[in-house]
Ligand binder design. Sequence first.
Ligand code: SF4
Ligand code: SF4
Length: 430
Amino acid sequence: MQTSITERQARHPDAQIAEDILRTCVHCGFCNATCPTYQLRGVEMEGPRGRIYLIKALLEDQISHSDSVVDHLDNCLSCLACETTCPSGVRYSHLIDSARSRIEEQHERSFSGRMQRKLLAKLLPNPKLFRTALRLGQMAKPFAFLMPSMQREMLARIPYRIPRPSRLDRPGVREAEGERRARVSLLTGCAQKVMGPAINDATLRLLARLGCEVVLPAGLGCCGALVYHMGNHEDSLPAMKQNIDRWHAEMENGGLDHIVINTSGCGVVVKDYGHIFRNDPAYAEKAARVSSITRDVSEVVSQLGLGSRAAASTSGMRVAYHDACSLQHGQKVRAEPRALLKVAGFEVLEIPDGHLCCGSAGTYNLLKPGTAGELGRMKAEAVASVEPQVVAMGNIGCMEQIAAYLPIPVVHTVQLLDWATGGPKPRGIP
Ligand code: SF4
Ligand code: SF4
C-alpha cells in the first residue's frame, strides 16, 4: 500500500511504525472473513481492511477524526483474528494501538465518553478501588432501571457475590514442593485479583507442585493493558515501568527462569513491553529482557510437564475449551492448554467458530455493550452446542463474559489442572 503521511502526523512517535505496517497490506481482504465486527455488520469500514484504509487516510490528513471514523475504530475489539488470518503479516495490533493513541490526542470525545473512560482507567487497575466500586455498585443495582443504558450494563456486570481476596498471592516467596526445578515470578494482576482470586491460588499451588519457587515481588501491579488499549499510552507507562523495575531487580538478584502470566490479555502486553519501550533509552533493554522470559501459564506448565500427577477423579469430564483471542491470536498459544487438559484426564471439546471473539475484549463489553452482547450470546450458543459439563479458558475477561450468557460452570484452565493434580475442586463444578 502506497502512503504519504503528512508532516503533522509524522511527528507522532508511532508514525514510522504505522507507515511500515500500512505498506505491508496488499488490500486482499482475507482478514474480513474472520473479523467478528465484519461478520456482524457486513460493512467494509467494520472490517480490518476498511479500518486500515481509515487509519491511512487519517495519517495522510485526508479525513479528520470525526465521530463516525472514531466509532468504526472504537468498534474494533483488538481481537487480532485479522492478524492470524493475514497472509502478508500485517501487524494490525501495533497499527490500531497507534491509531488509538492519536485518537485520544486529536479527537474530543463527548463528556460522558470521557468520564466513562477515566473511571474505568482509574478503577480497574486498582484492586482496592475496584472492590469498593463493586460494593457500591451492588447497592445501586436495584436502581439500575433509572440509569442510562451504559451504566445499566456496567451494573448488570457486577456479581452478587464478590469473592474474598486471596491469602496466597501476597508479596513474598512461595517455596517449591520437593526439588526446585525453576524460579519464576507470577503477575498477580489487578481486576482478576478481585473477580477471580481462585485463579491465582490455583496457579500458585500448581506451580509449587511442579517444582517452581514462585516470587511475588512487592509493588507489582497492573500490567498497563487496560489503559494502553484505551489509547492513553502515556498514562499506562508508569505501571509498566514499575513492573519492569521489580522484575528486572529480581532477574539481577535471585534470577528468574520465567515471568508467568495467567491472564492472557495481560500476557500479550507484557510480551510486548520490549516493543512499547523500544525508543526509551532507560527502559528499552530491561523491557526487552522482561518480555523475552514472559510466558503464559500454559506454556510454563507444558514445559514442566504434569507427569503422572493427573488424578483419576477428573477422568472423562467433558470440557469445552474456549480460545481467548489474546491467547490464540495475540500469543499464538493454542495447543498447550488443550494438551494439558487431555493429559489431566479431561475430554476436550472444540467450540465451533472458535476463532471468533466472545465480546469481552478488555473494557470493550463495558464501552460497547451492544456488540459485545451479540458476540457473547453467539459464543454461548456455540459453547452450549457441544454439550460440555464445564467451560475452560485462560482469561478472566472471557470467563466473566461467557458466564453472563451461559448456565454452565466457567473456570480457568489452571483451576482444572490444579484440581486434577491434587488441588481443590473449582467452585461451581458439580
Ligand atoms: S489480509 Fe492482510 S494484506 Fe489482506 S487486506 Fe487484510 S491486513 Fe491487508
Ligand atoms: S482486531 Fe478483531 S475486530 Fe478488530 S479488525 Fe481485527 S478481526 Fe476485526
